[in-house]
Design a protein. Structure first.
Length: 476
């Protein structure tokens, strides 16, 4: 049997052979008037690749002097007077995946997150006609992290993204979609190397974003030279094309109607149809776990590689919402009728949803078990991410039998988690109302820490159980 170390190296080599144009991720934004409790919902599968080892880390805010600066790839920018606490979810050091190869630069690891103000951020790669700036401008990962550090609202995040692109340009990959939310509203900001549009999601609206631009002529804000540049490049002619559409002008036509994206979007809308006004995080869980079950597009997991875009196109394998390329799955539940510390919660599942249970991470909490924060991407038995990845790989050995068993287990467990968190949230709310914020935060920390710890413990138990059922067949 090959050693774990050798296998990990082989996995990295395979990942490095993937074309840089491969893209993934699915996002859902839901306006507050469509949810059962008035929360804004922000769901996202971060499909970075099966070697993109993940972590979730509580990051501390800080204070800075008037002349302090910050070096990020590839620019140096002024520091604000203060930065905020946030939860950063992303790559462990040395992880390789979509658009990153053993990355170790600062401000180059955060992919998804939520800060102390309940501002949430995720991103989706897009195909743009506009040229990419290689090593020039401000790198997309830096913008993601800076949103969490510097913005109190989603609207402030829109301005931050726009300001950086207007001043520096965006480096390394032209098309990118920033999905943003806070307890009051959600926004989509679609960007190229030097242009952008922003659309506010209406309170009675929800939107699904795969890997094609979704904003047409319905944007609320845009870069100043947006239309002029499209005219200059021959992408837009007012007489021929009529009203300007961002996605039509800037989206690469060969990718704008690809089943790779269209199928995922249509499936999401289908699954959420009829739930307007009563949507809850659990509805988004079901979407993010979907593999077209019950349809002619359903396929069992064939291999770790099957759902990169180029592989999917060649094999004619439908690209589901849920794939084994997933580094993490999150559903932010952002409630404005509660103190933000407890009202903003990010339900987090490590690695592939369905194989992994969602647990609550609160905006006001600042601790989580060390196993979830492992900085080194190398295999470790103590790593939470590797536990959940092995759980997925083991269940796939007898997929028909074991995956439904595992998915049902986590779904059943979630009911007891909801009951427990609801009871503690009520106590925290009372403490906040009584001015006992320190006690409230202590309880939030205990709740987040204990739920993460118990989820990991149960995953380890399930892994042992599944290994016995598969006869400990090697999954490497």
């Amino acid at each position: 049997m090959r050693t774990i170390r050798n296998i990990f190296v082989c996995m990295v080599v395979i990942a490095l052979s993937l074309p840089a144009a491969s893209i993934a991720c699915t996002t859902i934004l839901v306006g507050k008037n469509l949810t059962a409790d008035g929360a804004v919902l922000h769901g996202h599968n971060e499909d970075m690749g099966f070697t993109a080892v993940g972590r979730i880390v509580p990051m501390k805010g800080a204070s800075y002097g008037e002349k302090d600066t910050l070096a990020v790839p590839y620019v140096t920018i002024p520091q604000p007077k203060e930065t905020y606490n946030y939860w950063g979810c992303g790559n462990a050091l040395g992880a390789s995946g979509l658009g990153t190869v053993k990355e170790s630069r600062p401000y180059d690891w955060v992919l998804v997150g939520m800060n102390q103000w309940g501002v949430t951020m995720s991103c989706n790669w897009m195909y743009s006609k506009e040229d990419s700036f290689s090593g020039k401008g401000i790198r997309r990962y830096a913008i993601r992290q800076l949103i969490l550090e510097r913005c109190k609202t989603a609207r402030e995040a829109v301005d931050l993204i726009a300001g950086f692109i207007d001043k520096y340009g965006k480096a390394d990959w032209s098309g990118l979609d920033y999905c943003l939310a806070d307890p009051k509203e959600a926004w989509v900001v679609e960007t190229t190397s030097k242009n952008w549009v922003a659309k506010r999601i209406k309170d009675k609206e929800f939107i699904v974003v795969a890997n094609r631009f979704v904003v047409g002529d319905d944007y609320d804000l845009a870069s100043k030279g947006l239309i002029d540049y499209a005219v200059k490049m021959g992408w837009y002619d007012a007489k021929k094309d009529g009203k300007f559409s961002f996605k039509k002008a800037y989206g690469r036509p060969d990718r704008m109607n690809s089943p790779y994206d269209v199928d995922r979007e249509n499936r999401s809308y289908e699954m959420l149809e009829g739930k307007q006004g009563v949507m809850a995080p659990e509805d988004l869980f079901q979407v993010l776990m979907d593999r077209y079950e019950g349809t002619d597009k359903f396929r069992k997991p064939i291999s770790e590689m099957e759902h990169w875009e180029d592989v999917t196109d060649k094999l004619l394998v439908p690209r589901p919402i849920n794939t084994n390329l997933c580094q993490s799955s999150t559903v932010a539940q952002l409630r404005s009728d509660l103190p933000v510390e407890v009202g903003s919660v990010m339900w987090y599942a490590m690695a592939t949803p369905g194989y992994s249970g969602y647990f609550p991470v609160y905006a006001g909490a600042t601790i989580i078990p060390d196993e979830f924060q492992n900085m080194n991407s190398a295999y470790s038995a103590s790593s939470a991410w590797w536990t959940f990845r092995l759980l997925q790989k083991t269940a796939d050995v007898k997929y028909d039998q074991l995956y439904p068993q595992l998915k049902a287990y986590w779904s059943g467990r979630h009911g007891s988690v909801i009951a427990r968190t609801g009871e503690i949230e009520a106590r925290i709310k009372d403490l906040m109302a009584a001015g006992k914020k320190a006690e409230a935060v202590e309880l939030l920390n205990k709740l987040t820490y204990s739920q993460a710890k118990s989820t990991l413990q149960e995953a380890r138990f399930q892994l042992t159980t599944l290994q016995q059922q598969t006869g400990n067949i090697s999954v490497w």
